[in-house]
Write a protein of this length. Structure first.
Length: 587
């Protein structure tokens, strides 16, 4: 189904007789009292033609053919055109929506292949609250892209290689507590890592021992390789338990070590192409002067002016690093999957890394860079009440597993208070759906580039823009159908929808907006666009439900209203699923 803005844009283009260089965009009306959609096309055209905007608007209007879809088109303000859609036409489209499997989302003419690199925790470290954003955002983007009809590849680029393994191996061989490892492998691995890393700073002998273990691992020593595999296995099983709870799936978990063989050739190629050169024993990429200084990722400004800020691709000890690995990974992904876009979901502190890495890619593989869009989708931090990074009371980072436990526990207390008669099993299941949903929604709702304050009370509240509010909206609609069944009444599903009351028409228009809103999520990689839409949908539904009796109405009117209820519930459920959130049957 073509969206209404797209349809109006086609009509607009046909009405503009002279050749036109400006984009003719139709957007939802900023004030719905004056129409449903608007365009500033006449104003833009007037600028290029040096004409009066209202006169241009008048000229367009005289050519515009929209009688079949609009009840009025009016000129407003400095030269806006406001469109009000015909109620009978809206009604027909809503009726079509009932049997449209994508709820009005237009299918892409050519589906794109999108690789989403998300979550990507590091081996031997517990996943903490910082990983939640990448995991939840990346998953939602993948769900939306798949729903729209793109080919999506979910790749978990776990950190399973690097200098930390020297310290881990040394710690494993000297101070490992087998009982503790058995009890909580990641906590024990974290403990030995912290212990050795602290001692490395003070004691050259420990540092040497750790380096020695790393060299042996890199050289393929059997014992060290086996221990390294064991560390990965233990970590992966903890990651998997969290992914299971969050219902997150990956197509690949290749990890950084998968690219080891490609690292040296990448560095060699960068050198031979003159992109990287030696500097102080390391191999680095410097500015090539193609960007203005303010935008150059290889320059940095200090009090003495601009100076070099090169990207290392080989450290002075001969080891490749994060940037080298990302270049090799990109090469592999392009060769293997031929993607149109690669999306990297990480926190905002990695912005410089990605700017440098993308700039190196353009210099290294200019043709590929023309075709493959690379997007760094970054996000801000989660803060505690005090406005500082969210920590436990004793100042430790919060483990994701503990956070999810607490979400379910708090939600369980609420559910039990509301539904004391349900069995414990049922209450646990509802609490799980609400608790996990609340955490996810609270994370997806704010603009991703801002920081947000973590608040249990707010995210678990049934009031306001929260997951429980939306889940409850769904549950309440479902209960209408339960009551219908209990009363032994039947619903004639073949009766068409008829939008008579203003709140019915408003709901119909809101349902039709889904097809416009969903594609926007992928434009700037912001699932909060969808979250806000669902909140508005729930509010529009409530306004309708308050004004229009459903079960107490009769005949074709009741059938039409039931159909509106059913469609609203289905859309709420689908929208929440695209955010990775489930809905309970009752709550
Ligand atoms: N493991 C990294 C971290 O925890 C994130 C990796 C993101 N992906 C990438 N291709 N660089 O910070």
């Amino acid at each position: 189904m073509q969206t209404i803005p797209a349809l109006l844009e086609t009509r607009l283009r046909a009405a503009v007789t002279e050749p036109c260089e400006v984009p003719l965009c139709v957007t939802p009306a900023s004030d719905t009292r004056f129409g449903d959609y608007q365009t500033n096309a006449a104003m833009l055209l007037a600028k290029t033609r040096r004409a009066n905007p209202r006169a241009v608007a008048q000229e367009i209007l005289s050519q515009l053919q929209t009688d079949d879809i609009c009840s009025t088109v009016e000129i407003a303000g400095a030269g806006f055109l406001n469109f009000t859609m015909r109620p009978d036409w809206i009604q027909e489209r809503v009726e079509k929506l009932r049997s449209d499997s994508t709820f009005g989302v237009p299918q892409p003419a050519t589906p794109r292949c999108i690789v989403i690199d998300f979550s990507s925790p590091n081996v031997a470290k517990p996943m903490h609250v910082g990983h939640i954003r990448s995991t939840i955002l990346g998953d939602s983007l993948a769900r939306v892209a798949t729903f729209i009809g793109h080919r999506v590849i979910r790749d978990n680029h776990i950190g399973d290689w690097g200098t930390q393994f020297g310290m881990l191996l040394h710690g494993w061989k000297t101070i490992l507590d087998a009982v503790a490892l058995d009890h909580d492998p990641l906590a024990e691995m974290e403990r030995i890592y912290k212990n050795v890393s602290a001692r490395c700073k003070e004691d050259a002998a420990v540092l040497d021992a750790a380096k020695h273990e790393l060299v042996r691992l890199q050289a393929g020593d059997t014992e060290n390789l086996a221990l390294w595999h064991e560390m990965i296995r233990l970590s992966q099983s903890q990651f998997d338990s969290i992914y299971g709870r969050l219902e997150i799936k990956f197509d690949f978990t290749l990890g950084e070590s998968f690219y080891n063989k490609r690292l040296k050739p990448v560095v060699e190629e960068l050198r031979s192409k003159g992109i990287a050169r030696e500097s102080d024993g390391a191999v680095c990429v410097f500015s090539d002067g193609q960007f203005p200084q303010e935008q150059d990722p290889f320059l940095i400004k200090d009090k003495d002016g601009w100076r070099d800020n090169p990207a290392l691709v080989l450290k002075s000890d001969g080891a490749a690093n994060y940037t080298t690995t990302d270049l090799a990974t990109l090469q592999y992904r392009i060769e293997t999957w031929h993607p149109d876009e690669i999306v990297y979901v990480t926190d905002g502190r990695q912005q410089l890394h990605f700017r440098q890495f993308f700039a190196i890619f353009k210099r290294w593989q200019p043709e590929a860079a023309e075709h493959v869009k690379c997007s760094h989708v970054w996000f801000g931090s989660i803060l505690g009440d005090d406005g500082k990074p969210f920590k436990t009371r004793s100042g430790e980072t919060i483990r994701l597993a503990d956070l999810l436990d607490e979400a379910e526990e708090r939600s369980f207390a609420q559910v039990s208070e509301r539904n004391p008669t349900l069995s414990e099993e049922e209450r646990r299941e509802i609490a799980r759906i609400i608790g996990i949903g609340a955490v996810k929604y609270a994370d997806l709702l704010p603009h991703r580039q801002g920081d947000y304050v973590f608040s249990w009370d707010r995210m678990l509240s049934f009031q306001g823009n929260t997951a429980p509010y939306l889940q409850n909206a769904y549950v309440r609609i479902r209960s209408i159908f339960r009551k219908l069944g209990e009363a032994g009444a039947v619903w004639d599903q073949d009766q068409p929808i008829s939008l008579e009351q203003p709140t019915e028409l408003a709901l119909g228009k809101r349902l039709l907006q889904f097809g416009e809103v969903l594609p926007l999520v992928l434009v700037d990689h912001r699932p909060n666009t969808l979250a806000n839409y669902l909140y508005e949908l729930a509010n529009t539904f409530h306004a309708f439900y308050e004004a229009c009796p459903v079960l107490k109405s009769e005949g074709s009117q009741r059938a039409s209203r039931l159909a509106l209820c059913e469609l609203s519930a289905r859309l709420l459920k689908t929208g929440l699923q695209l955010l990775g959130i489930e809905v309970p049957d009752r709550m």
